[in-house]
Design a protein around this ligand. Structure first.
Ligand SMILES: Nc1ncnc2c1ncn2[C@@H]1O[C@H](COP(=O)(O)OP(=O)(O)OP(=O)(O)O)[C@@H](O)[C@H]1O
Ligand SMILES: [Mg+2]
Length: 147
């Protein structure tokens, strides 16, 4: 992993070795992931007549939850689908190309996986598979109970 990505990711809170994530850390990580995906979706729709972002979740199996962020933007070409999650890959003049690399890094810490598909009839759809076991490992006890 690149140095810049390591330092960008190191500011993110995470559970230490053998330490479960706290609920605050988990929510912060989820927010970083969703904000990055929604920012990208909004930028991809700048030239679109129909601009629609749908964020949804569904239980796929008892072991897995799926979080989806779909848009009606320009979509992703088959060649770019291979490179999307690599650090510094960007098709934007002012982009760092680190957004999706950081998203992948955060998700890997939570044993989750992301992939991209074509949305129908237009745009891109990012699907995240989250193992329910990883969610169950989070320390969900109320903050005041820990004092
Ligand atoms: N929803 C999307 N629709 C179409 N292309 C996308 C979408 N999300 C990401 N991409 C493509 O993936 C590339 C990498 O995204 P990433 O978020 O890593 O970097 P960036 O958005 O270019 O830069 P930054 O996140 O620093 O602003 C983008 O430049 C764009 O080409
Ligand atoms: Mg981005």
């Amino acid at each position: 992993m690149s140095e810049a990505l390591t330092s960008a990711a190191s500011i993110l809170p995470c559970g230490g070795l053998g330490t479960p994530f706290t609920s605050a850390q988990y929510v912060f990580a989820a927010e970083r992931v969703i904000v990055n995906l929604v920012d990208n979706a909004a930028e991809a729709m700048e030239g679109s007549l129909v601009r629609r972002i749908v964020v949804s979740t569904r239980a796929v199996t008892p072991e897995s939850i799926e979080l989806t962020v779909a848009d009606t933007g320009c979509g992703v070409s088959p060649e770019d689908k291979e490179k999307l999650f690599l650090p510094y890959f960007s098709t934007k003049g002012r982009g760092t190309g680190l957004g999706l690399a950081i998203v992948s890094h955060i998700l890997a810490e939570h044993h989750a996986q992301i992939r991209v598909e074509d949305n129908q009839p237009a745009g891109a759809r990012f699907l995240i598979d989250i193992p329910t076991a990883a969610v169950a490992e989070v320390d969900w006890s109320p903050v005041e109970a820990k004092a």
